[in-house]
Design a protein around this ligand. Structure first.
Ligand SMILES: NC(=O)c1ccc[n+]([C@@H]2O[C@H](COP(=O)([O-])OP(=O)(O)OC[C@H]3O[C@@H](n4cnc5c(N)ncnc54)[C@H](OP(=O)(O)O)[C@@H]3O)[C@@H](O)[C@H]2O)c1
Length: 333
């Protein structure tokens, strides 16, 4: 019997927070392979905040997902049929195959992963794009020096948790900002932050002052909005601000206007927005570091796994609400 492929399509462009009705699940038979092709079956799908931006129309750093097209996303997938001698059955690869069970590929743009180094899911988290983002953003743009104070927002998440740990490896004083006591507790006890502040409490701005007695040298921003404004008030002269993400704004229908812009001028802060894919020349060195730190047990992590492709939209909406503690993944098989 021909295998069926389930696919999540973008059915509507969301206004504000995505709704389940913005996605449509369809099924179709898996195609027959041509010479040179492989059939890939997804094991894990990575859910990432950038997907929210791809659901919008308009100018950005990449094209949006078209209405009626498969939602974009990186997977770790297994070759389950092969007509390509370079990719035998049983090979595991990372690739942008989208929210679906199966995909046919000619082998281009597939990156083989070595499951003897780490299990499949790790190649989407601690050894995947979020960790590379943390490495490049912190070390290349943030340029932290031992003894300096590094602050990161969304600190318990996929990128933030890596930023905090890499900064600690580099000998910095680390302060996380996260939503809720459980995430902050995880930040200090497991991720090793010197302090982790719950921005949902009224006193968090005072707590930021206390946790950064020598000011802030690097602020790795994942969220933008009011948190960015508050942190700008603690930045040191000639500090650095890698602008990685603005998740507090992704579902906003009205943009938050930064009020503390003056701090950038008077402190001569170097603010740099970046996209991890802009710097392919840095990926190999980042991978080498991450694999070494992972093998040495220096990178703690958690995964927030949702079972079943059918539950991907619900999990994605939850990620944007901050329901995840750790890397958001969908386990497909
Ligand atoms: N520039 C790049 O190349 C690049 C690459 C990867 C990721 N990113 C960006 O990095 C950021 C983190 O991504 P991730 O994959 O690591 O996700 P994540 O941190 O694992 O999950 C997203 C987290 O954002 C926080 N959040 C949601 N709404 C918020 C709000 N209104 N205010 C403050 N925090 C809010 C939530 O944590 P709390 O419960 O703590 O609020 C949520 O758990 C995102 O902005 C993403 O777009 C950028």
């Amino acid at each position: 019997m021909t295998q069926q492929n389930r696919q999540w399509l973008l059915a509507r462009r969301p206004q504000g927070e995505p709704q389940l009705t913005d996605f449509e699940l369809v099924e179709s038979p898996v195609s027959t392979l041509q010479p040179g092709q492989v059939l890939l079956r997804a094991q894990y799908l990575s859910l990432d905040p950038y997907m929210r931006g791809r659901m919008n129309e308009g100018r950005s750093y990449v094209q949006p997902v078209a209405l009626g097209a498969v939602m974009c996303g990186e997977t770790v997938s297994e070759v389950v049929e092969s007509r390509n001698e370079r990719l035998p059955v049983g090979t595991f690869v990372r690739a942008d195959l989208g929210w679906q069970d199966f995909a046919v590929s000619d082998g281009a743009a597939l990156r083989v992963v070595d499951l003897t180094i780490a299990p499949a899911s790790i190649w989407l988290s601690v050894l995947g794009m979020p960790a590379i983002t943390a490495h490049i953003g912190l070390l290349d743009i943030g340029q932290p020096k031992a003894g300096e104070t590094v602050v990161v927002s969304a600190a318990a998440g996929a990128v933030g948790s890596m930023v905090g740990q890499i900064a600690k490896i580099k000998g910095c004083h680390t302060v996380g900002i996260a939503g809720g006591a459980a995430k902050c507790d995880y930040g200090v006890r497991e991720l090793g932050f010197d302090a982790c502040l719950d921005y949902k409490t009224a006193a968090w701005r005072d707590a930021l002052k206390q946790a950064t007695p020598r000011g802030i040298d690097v602020y790795f921003d994942n969220v933008g909005g009011e948190i960015l404004d508050a942190v700008l008030g603690r930045m040191n002269p000639f500090s650095r601000l890698p602008l990685c993400g603005l998740i507090s704004q992704y579902n906003a229908t009205e943009a938050y206007g930064i009020k503390n812009f003056r701090s950038i001028l008077v402190n001569r802060i170097r603010v740099q927005g970046f996209i991890v894919f802009d710097r392919p020349e840095l990926w190999s060195a980042a991978n080498t570091d991450l694999i070494a730190w992972y093998r040495a047990g220096q990178l703690k992590h958690r995964e927030w796994i949702t079972s079943g492709l059918e539950n991907a939209p619900r999990a994605f909406i939850g990620l944007l609400r901050g329901e995840n503690l750790g890397k958001a993944l969908v386990k497909i098989v």
